[in-house]
Design a protein around this ligand. Structure first.
Ligand code: COA
Length: 335
């Protein structure tokens, strides 16, 4: 059996910076409220028509491919995670295959929202461990701004999310002590609707009925979040799944060199950091600049941390995520 390691990383965010003050011109909110509750100062929004979820993912992927030192045709498989796809179907994976002009390799779409990248890495890792593939392109990308309610009605959700993409190349690693040591995935569908976007799900409402009603107040096309309930569950599950990963590898909290938590809310990251008594240099946060970019948040943060030399050879790197589903997971990596 092989291991997989991350051999290349890249990210892309649109140039367009949207500050909290910019949002307060659209809805009743203010910089102090947003920063106090979430830590977010600004986020990026695409300029309408200039980028799509796939296009951003492709830009991130090109950087990751180059840094991995491989050719696009060395890629054996694509895993694409998003909750904001270009189309309802087909998924973004095939669009990446087309836009990167890669040969006709398999392309799989992952729909696990904020845990999407962790799930995607876990899938790619299994294909490499089994010996089936050598190089897998894993992308997390989101275009939230085109689907949020920027009126006061939607302020509890729309101030939190931002656009962007991150990508990683997973490559076969012969040394069993290096690379991805283990991944841990969970779900609790009992809380599916607590953080959800119901339309255009056919199980929710038939398209014919939606068209017939043509109701401008139908908010089912906007995401819903029970913020406090999500927060309470997130802090518990983040902690559990990090400990599960450490235990599995006979490691302890003190062995962590870098924790990259999904950037849901700075207060959640700080809670975990305090609970585990990790020093500031051992937790990477960038939600202040980008907001919550869902499936893209971990690969963007991981790429930034790596670019800033905060991750070195042999470091123990832990990725952890929690989000809609509920789903949550962790990845334990010996870099
Ligand atoms: N600006 C100003 N006021 C706002 C606001 C905004 N953007 N959004 C909501 N409010 C108001 C509410 O209407 C409410 O007013 P009321 O008391 O008059 O009804 C008040 O602020 C408190 O709202 P509440 O939702 O209880 O705030 P909160 O302290 O729970 O903070 C979140 C809201 C969303 C920041 C917080 O719950 C959170 O971060 N949850 C986790 C979210 C998360 O991690 N999501 C992603 C998971 S992957």
């Amino acid at each position: 059996m092989y291991n997989s390691r991350i051999s290349g990383l890249g990210f892309y965010v649109p140039d367009n910076v949207v500050t909290n003050d910019d949002l307060s011109k659209l809805m009743e909110t203010d910089d102090a409220w947003i920063q106090e509750r979430t830590g977010i100062k600004e986020r990026r929004h695409v300029v309408k028509g200039e980028d799509t979820t796939t296009k951003m993912g492709v830009k991130a992927a090109k950087i990751a491919i180059e840094r991995a030192g491989i050719d696009k045709d060395d890629i054996d498989f694509i895993v694409f995670a998003t909750l904001s796809p270009d189309y309802y179907f087909p998924g973004g994976g095939v669009l990446v295959q087309r836009d990167l002009d890669i040969k006709t390799v398999g392309a799989l779409d992952v729909r696990n929202q904020c845990s999407g990248f962790v799930y995607a890495i876990s899938i790619a890792d299994q294909y490499i461990k089994s010996g089936m593939y050598k190089n897998i392109l894993v992308i997390g990308s989101e275009l939230h701004s085109g689907g949020l309610d920027f009126t006061t009605r939607g302020r509890g959700v729309s101030v939190i999310f931002g656009d962007g993409a991150g990508a990683a190349i997973l490559t076969r690693e012969e040394d069993p002590k290096k690379g991805i040591l283990s991944t841990h995935l969970h779900s609790e569908g009992q809380h599916a609707e607590e953080l959800s976007l119901l339309a255009p799900g056919i199980g929710y409402r038939w398209v014919t009925d939606i068209l017939k009603d043509n109701d401008p107040d139908d908010v089912s096309y906007y995401p819903y979040m029970n913020g406090q309930f999500v927060f309470k569950n997130a802090v518990v599950r983040f902690s559990e799944v990090i400990m599960e990963g450490l235990k599995k590898n006979k490691l302890e909290v003190k062995d962590i060199d870098m924790l990259i938590p999904h950037q849901a809310n700075l207060r959640i990251s700080q809670f975990i950091q305090r609970k585990f008594r990790l020093t500031d240099d051992k937790v990477y946060n960038n939600i202040m600049k980008y907001g919550n970019t869902t499936a893209a948040s971990i690969p963007i943060a991981l790429t930034e941390a790596w670019e800033q030399d905060k991750i070195k050879e042999d470091d123990l790197v832990v990725l952890a995520a929690f989000g809609s589903g509920f789903t949550w997971g962790s990845v334990i990596i010996r870099w």
